[in-house]
Design a protein around this ligand. Structure first.
Ligand code: PXP
Length: 241
């Protein structure tokens, strides 16, 4: 059964809509852990549109399960990661104008920048994962950097109409096999929901899923702890909701 990393960025998105103090992502993290989250994921974006430095600092002090920090290969945020030392860091591409992380990191074309960010964080004792498209060339380039894990971008699968979804799933399955053959840990995320998660959760060797928007959306209606518990039970059962 894959581990569940709960991404709480959008709790902070609601707070930042009013630039106020609620809802507090630190509280949401505690409830997510009570609901069975195996880790808490946050993305410290360069523009600080949701998670703030204060959130990350407090989360690093209060979260018991472990923080997975998503970040771009930018000097400033890599420095913050090295100082706060979350359990894991996932390098992602970042564009100012995007609504969410749109594609995987170009490890192949990213050359020195990616390698340098990986090295700095590994030297600080952080487990490093790279968020990449399910593309064999990106997987092989990631392996060459000596990272512990890669997170396969599931956005194309999640967004595909039902006619082409099986094809996108097969691409993910083949990429997953290659990740395991290359000796890396297999993570996946982006666009996963209560309705589409099972085929990804049951890919052999899947180690960790990172899910945010769908859980936060359900939490608005049923509460954070229950929303996380429902996702955790779904993934453990391996059967569609
Ligand atoms: N994994 C990564 C690397 C992401 O950037 C995101 C979005 O912040 C997620 C997982 C979660 O995606 P979603 O919010 O669509 O579940």
């Amino acid at each position: 059964m894959p581990l569940l990393g709960v991404n709480i960025d959008h709790v902070a998105t609601i707070r930042q809509a009013r630039r106020t103090i609620e809802p507090d992502p630190v509280w949401a993290a505690a409830l997510a852990e009570l609901g069975g989250a195996d880790s808490i994921t946050v993305h410290l974006r360069e523009d600080r549109r949701h998670i703030q430095d204060r959130d990350l600092r407090l989360l690093c002090e209060t979260v018991h399960s472990g923080i997975n920090l998503e970040l771009a290969c930018e000097d400033e945020v890599v420095g913050i990661a090295c100082e706060l030392k979350p359990l894991q860091a996932t390098l992602v591409p970042e564009k100012r104008e995007e609504v969410t992380t749109e594609g995987g990191l170009d490890v192949l074309g990213g050359g020195k920048r990616v390698a340098e960010a990986v090295r700095r964080m590994q030297d600080a004792g952080i487990v490093v994962s790279l968020f990449i498209d399910p593309d064999p060339r990106q997987i092989e380039a990631s392996c060459k950097l000596g990272v512990t894990a890669v997170e396969l971008h599931t956005g194309r699968y999640a967004d595909a109409p039902s006619a082409t979804r099986p094809q996108e799933l097969e691409t993910l399955q083949q990429a997953s096999q290659l990740v395991l053959e290359q000796g890396m840990r297999l993570h996946a995320g982006h666009g996963l929901t209560y309705r589409n998660v099972i085929p990804v959760a049951t890919i052999p060797g899947m180690y960790e899923l990172n899910i945010g928007h769908s859980i936060v959306s359900r939490a608005v209606l049923v509460g954070f702890q229950q929303a996380v518990r429902e996702m955790k039970e779904l993934i453990s059962s391996g059967t569609p909701a």
